[in-house]
Design a protein around this ligand. Sequence first.
Ligand SMILES: *Cc1c(COP(=O)(O)O)cnc(C)c1O
Ligand SMILES: [Zn+2]
Length: 412
Amino acid sequence: MRFVVGLTCHECGTRYEPKASYVCSECFGPLEVSYDYDAIRGVMTRDVIESRPPSIWRYKELLPVVEPRTGFHSGFTPLVRATRLARELGVSELYIKDDSVNHPTFSYKDRVVSVAATKAVELGFPVFGCASTGNLAGSVAAHAARLGMQCYVFIPHDLEPNKILGAAIYRPHVIAVEGNYDDVNRLCTEIADRYGWGFANINLRAYYAEGAKSMGFEIVEQLGWRYPDHIVSPVAGGTLLPRIYKGLREFREVGLVSGTLPRIHAAQPAGSAPVVKALEAGLDFPEPVKPNTIAKSLAIGNPADGFQVVKVVKDTGGAGAMATDAEIIDAIQLLARTEGIFTEPAGGTTLAVAKILVQRGIIKPHESVVVCITGNGYKTAEIMRDYVEPPVTIGRKLSDFERVVAPQTVSA
Ligand SMILES: *Cc1c(COP(=O)(O)O)cnc(C)c1O
Ligand SMILES: [Zn+2]
C-alpha cells in the first residue's frame, strides 16, 4: 500500500480512498487502483524482484495490499518454450504461460484471489465470497480455508461436477443458483450490498483485478525482461486481458522494460463470444449473449469488463477470434500431444484461437507469441472421455504381449 495513491475512475478520473468501492458515484465507471510510479521507479528493480520468492508477491510494490496474507505460492507459473507445438502451428517462437499448474487450485484465479482475499481481511469483511463459473469458487474457498474465513460461493446449478467438488472440499457454503452465471452475478451484487459481505469479483473487484497484472509481469520477467510480439488471452468477464496490458505498461512506466508493447488478442468460444462479436461489428460495448459452450469457465454472456477488452485489443493492434467446441477439443488434444500439458476447454479455446490467428496471417511465422493457458484439464476430464483411446488389455505372459502388442510396434 506504500505506493497506492487511491482508486481512480477508469472513465472520468475521479479519485477515491482505497476502500471497498468498485463503481464511480459520479459516472458509474469502474474504479481501478492507481500508484505513485515515480516513487516506485528505482525501488522496484530487476535485482530486487529476482531476489524474492517465486510468487505474485515478488511484485508487491505494484499490488494494493499492506501485507500479503495468502498466495505465497500463487503465480510465477512456468513459461514453457513450446517447440513441437510451434512447428505444428508454423511459428518459430511460441511460449505457453502455464497457469494450469497454479497454486493452490490450478487456474489463473489463484492470482486474483490472493489479492482479493488479503484485501477482504484488511478491510475487515466477515464473509468472503464470489459469483463463479467454477474455478473462482475453488480458489476463493481454498484461500478462505487457509485464512479461516467464513466463505460463501455462488455457482450456476449446471456446473461440471468436479468443479463443484473442487470448491466443496474446502467446506465453504456452496450455493447453486438456478440460472446462468449472469443471474448468479446479479444476485451476488444484491447480497454484497444488503449484507456487507466481501465478494472477490464484485465489491472487491478493483483489487481482484490487480492480481491479474502479475500474469503480464511474469511474461516480461520470464522472457528475460522483454516484451513478446503477441499475447493471446482468453476472455470471460474481461478481467485478465486488460490487466495483462496494465501490467505490461506499468513495467515500462517504472523502468523495468522498454520497447513496443505486444499486440494482445482476445480468445472466446463461439458459444459465448460477446467481445469478439463486438470487435467484428466495430462496437465499443459488447452486446450480451446467451452462453452455450463446453468452455464453461468462459461462459459469461455479459462481461463486466468487456468494453475494456475491446479497447485494449484495438489500442494494441490486436484481434479477436472465436473457436467452436470441436476446435476447442482438438486444441486440448494438440497441446497434450505436443507439449505434455493438459488444459481445460478455456485453454483449448485460447490455443485454437492462436492457431486461427497464425492461419489468418495476423501472427507471422517469425514473430514471438505467448499463449495464456489458464486452467487445468483434470477438472474437466470427463469432457475428453470419448476422445482418448482405451488401454490395450493383455494377459500376464510375455507371449500375450508378443501376440497382441509387439506386432504393432515399429521395430522389434
Ligand atoms: C476466469 C477464467 C478466465 C478469464 O476470465 P476473465 O473473467 O476474463 O478474467 C480464463 N480461463 C479460466 C480457466 C478461468 O477460470
Ligand atoms: Zn467516473
